[in-house]
Write a protein that binds this ligand. Sequence first.
Ligand SMILES: *Cc1c(COP(=O)(O)O)cnc(C)c1O
Length: 225
Amino acid sequence: MTQISSKLAVARQEISGRIAIAARAAGRAPEAITLIAVSKQQSDDRIADMISTGQLVFGENRVQEAQAHWQDSQDQMPGLKLHLIGPLQTNKALDAVTLFDVIETLDRPKLAAALTRAMDKAGRQIECFVQVNTGEEPQKAGLVPQEVDGFIADVRETYGIEPKGLMCIPPVGEEPAMHFALLRKIARRNGIAKLSMGMSHDFETAIAFGATHVRVGTALFGPRG
Ligand SMILES: *Cc1c(COP(=O)(O)O)cnc(C)c1O
């Protein structure tokens, strides 16, 4: 291993250890939590080094950038799982369905329709999570909490999509715990099992509130760009 990759191996081991401690503190099994390594804006070398540590689950927030990073490695990496964690335009739905294994940012009927069509066309069913704008921030994607139940019912009935999870990004500078608690509450009353919540600075809190997926970028890779 190069020096960088051993550094990344140490970082990954450290984060995995912290995930396990937070899980046990919450009375949960560490294996119940999936670490998504957020590779957006990281170099191909760093991504290759992270792969060499055994990491198989990655998150990207832009379709085009993700294609550049991952299109060629997909066939050579059995077990690779890619999560789209950024907003998706309907005209990129087919590209997204082809590349990703999970789309975490379903947040409007038009996108649900486009994803259904894209999955039919690609002959590939992928998991969808619904993004919730728990802080009701105007600039942020996702449904405001009071619209989520109706939307989930609609995508189930109208589009034949069964949402497998919910995702949120709490407002910067606010205590994340109440946002995580709210996401869990919405998931429970809708019979949804997976919760994608928690980033570099708050993943341990998210695990205490039931996160099944944590999305960690800088704490694993170091600064972006
Ligand atoms: C960038 C990003 C992350 C990772 O953020 P870090 O603070 O670097 O861990 C997680 N989730 C989403 C949606 C992101 O865009």
